[in-house]
Write a protein that binds this ligand. Sequence first.
Ligand code: HEM
Length: 299
Amino acid sequence: MSGGLRTGRDRAGGRPLRPRPLFLPEPGRPFAVVPDETTGNEPPAPEVPEYGIFGVHPVDPEPVFRYRWILGHQVSFALWRAMSGIIGDHESTVPGPAELDSLAAFVDGYSAALLYASTVPRPHYHSHVRRSMALQHPAFSGTWAPDYRPVGRLFRGKMRWQGGLSCAGLDAAMARNAATHDYLADHLVPNGRSLLRQSAHEAASTVSREKEALYDEFFLTVRRPVGRAEFVRQLRARVAEVGQDLACHGLYPNVGGQHHPVVSGPAGAALITLVPEVLRTLARAARFVAAPRLQGVGR
Ligand code: HEM
């Protein structure tokens, strides 16, 4: 399965599976104008290696699933950032066909990142991933995601132009995404009690800057001025890293001789087509982010 890529229990493509900091502007802040920063003559988009669904070589679960949880979220943050650029320009006017296609590609990319992050076996999710989030804060929640704030209205169907005929493709991607998040939430936490919901007093409180900072820190996300070319490079590099990991370890890695498939049964029907398409969907979203036509977007 891994061809020339050197596989290791905690390595992919010869590199240790260590998540790196993601640099992003503050939500709502434009990309920095970096002198001599040229976009458009970036290195070509990364290859999209094939990957197997069931991993062959046994992995060391802790580094592999921490890596996937953080990388999957970082890719989601970058795609939300790209979405906020388009939405910011279309408070009341419906975006053009090219922008609607881009938004749909970003939403599908987010769904693929959700599945990639959630391939952690449920027991390991509770004993390691969820535990480390609860140690960061007992009410740790996706509602604290700073880059989600500017796009939350779109995910809740609150943009004035949503639901129009021209939005059919985007609305379909939104429906797939809602089904994906809810399916994975049920899969990893069958009782549905998120950390936030378990913390009754926190559930009602607002999302402070401190909570956003705790959230960023957990996912190694650093706020500073970032030029558009650097933003595109970071996203491309992460899609390439997802590709190396999947090519080495499969979508469902071999954990002690066992595989832990995520998508199954009638409830998984909405996600089944995504299982072999995680990487192509992410690579497509990254191509849309890098596309010249979006140069002025999110400035
Ligand atoms: C795989 C990575 C995940 C990502 C990127 C993610 C992302 C998000 C985001 C952005 C929100 C805010 C939605 C809004 O404000 O409208 C949210 C809310 C929520 N998510 Fe997730 N989520 C993930 C996994 C999970 C899991 C595993 C659960 C299982 C409990 C879950 C349960 C919830 C719940 C119940 C909410 C509502 C607010 C809360 O109770 O925290 N999510 N999620």
